[in-house]
Write a new protein. Structure first.
Length: 335
């Protein structure tokens, strides 16, 4: 319970502060949603790369192996995002990210339980990771987070068989990351875009409102890694690239005034005339989700301390796509 409270406090403060959570202008909201989606297309794949960054570029064979090689543990850390990734959209919800973060950057935390097993006959290893928390936050709202993935690495050089050579591997993996933040308010008035005509005037009066930001990404990840053990220390470095399919946007659910098909068409026509994405209306609100695809590139590296059957890893990551960075600390049992 204490762990959940700590994560909830970090997430609530790092992302959303304590201001009210609701927009006032639909056109400005749509502009901010587009910027939000484009920026997260670069940042989300980077965050999904947390976990499975073990120091050993190749853990060794499971069968035949003496002893059989495998391991399991946990890693936690964060990646940064540019403040404007969220700030542009948050301003439309009367939110602001608190100051004090590094040079205009904010922290986006994550964690995974992880496991890896050595290969059978051929020199490869395979790993899985999984992390989730739900309904964490403060009085401003609650956040959900899910990260899962797996990877396969093939050893081009097996340094365990030659004391002079390092371990060198190539890997391919698949990661899925999703998250959301939701908050509620008793009422909200939103201005329709200029040029739209609705039967109730130029505003929409909502009640019993629940609004939130939502994001997800699926990444196909490729990486190369090199490592070399020296007594109880293993330094390592690697390069990675990901192709991502991302969705990001917002949703508002509320008791909404009845809108005719003509009203909805008028609103979306006005938005499209302004070069903005249209709104998806439902029976109890509206939403916008934008899709983005693209490549991102990163470098990572660090060092592990090897204590008998226990490994302690410290990893740093840098995202060439947007200049953000990350840090993870992992501990595990490993043979």
């Amino acid at each position: 319970m204490e762990k959940k409270k700590i994560w909830g406090f970090i997430l609530g403060m790092a992302l959303f502060g304590t201001a009210p959570l609701f927009p006032q202008d639909l056109a400005d909201l749509q502009r901010a949603a587009g910027e939000f989606s484009g920026a997260l297309a670069k940042s989300l794949p980077f965050n999904s790369a947390l976990g499975l960054n073990w120091a050993d570029a190749y853990v060794g064979m499971f069968l035949p192996g003496i002893p059989p090689h495998f391991g399991a543990g946990i890693a936690l850390g964060y990646t940064t995002m540019d403040l404007e990734v969220f700030d542009g959209l948050l301003r439309q919800f009367d939110l602001s990210v608190p100051g004090g973060f590094n040079l205009g950057r904010m922290v986006f935390p994550g964690y995974v339980a992880e496991a890896r097993i050595g290969g059978f006959i051929l020199p490869f290893d395979a790993g899985l990771k999984f992390g989730v928390f739900e309904n964490l936050g403060n009085s401003s709202g609650a956040m959900d987070y899910f990260l899962g993935g797996g990877e396969f690495r093939y050893a081009l050089i097996d340094g365990k068989k030659n004391l002079l050579l390092p371990n060198l591997s190539l890997g391919v993996g698949l990661n899925y990351l999703s998250g959301s933040f939701t908050g509620s308010k008793s009422s909200l008035v939103i201005s329709v875009p200029p040029g739209a005509t609705v039967s109730g005037g130029d505003t929409l009066a909502l009640s019993n409102v629940e609004a939130g930001l939502r994001w997800e990404t699926m990444t196909l990840d490729f990486k190369a890694q090199v490592s070399k053990s020296f007594l109880i220390i293993t330094p390592y470095a690697g390069l990675g690239t990901s192709h991502a399919w991302s969705n990001a946007g917002y949703s508002v659910e509320a008791d909404i005034p009845a809108l005719s098909d003509a009203d909805r068409s008028s609103i979306n026509a006005a938005l499209e005339n302004a070069g903005l994405e249209g709104v998806d209306f439902s029976g109890r609100g509206f939403s916008t989700t934008l899709k983005e695809t693209g490549w991102s590139f990163r470098v990572f590296g660090g060092v592990s301390v090897n204590l008998a059957l226990f490994r302690l890893d410290l990893t740093g990551l840098y995202n060439f796509s947007d200049g953000n960075y990350g840090v993870t600390l992992g501990g595990r049992f490993q043979i």
